[in-house]
Write a new protein. Sequence first.
Length: 141
Amino acid sequence: MTVKEPSKACAIVLRGAQLLVFRHPNDGIQFVKGTIEEGETRAEAAVRELEEEAGIRGAAVERDLGVWEAEFKEQAWSFHLCSVDEPLQDEWVHRTEDGGGLNFQFFWHPLDVEPHDEWRPVFRRAFQFVRTQIALNEPRR
C-alpha cells in the first residue's frame, strides 16, 4: 500500500510525556496543523504553522514521525517532532489570522490519557498515530 503525498504538516511539541494541543473556539481540541505551501518542505511547513497558530518562534524539526492517511477529505498528514528554544507556559492564548482572527487556547495533554469527546474526531485518531510513532522513535535503553 502506498501512502499519499501529504498536503498537511503537523508540528508535534512534547514537554516530557505531554503533547501540545489547543482548543479551537469553533472546532474542538486539535494540534498544530496546516497546508504545505508550494515550494515549502514538510518540515518548513510544520515550523511555519507553529509560529502562525501558536506564536512559537525559533522552533526546529528534530525528526520526522511519518505520514498518516487521515481518511478526512482525502488528506495525508506529515508529522514532525519539533523542539523550541525557550520553555513554554502551561497554558496560553494565541490570536491567529485563521478564520478572520481566532483565539487558540494552548495547553498540554498527557500522552497516556485518551482524548475525550471535546477533541475533534480526526485529531482523536491522529493522536493514536502520534503516540505510536513517538513510542517507536524513543531511544532504546
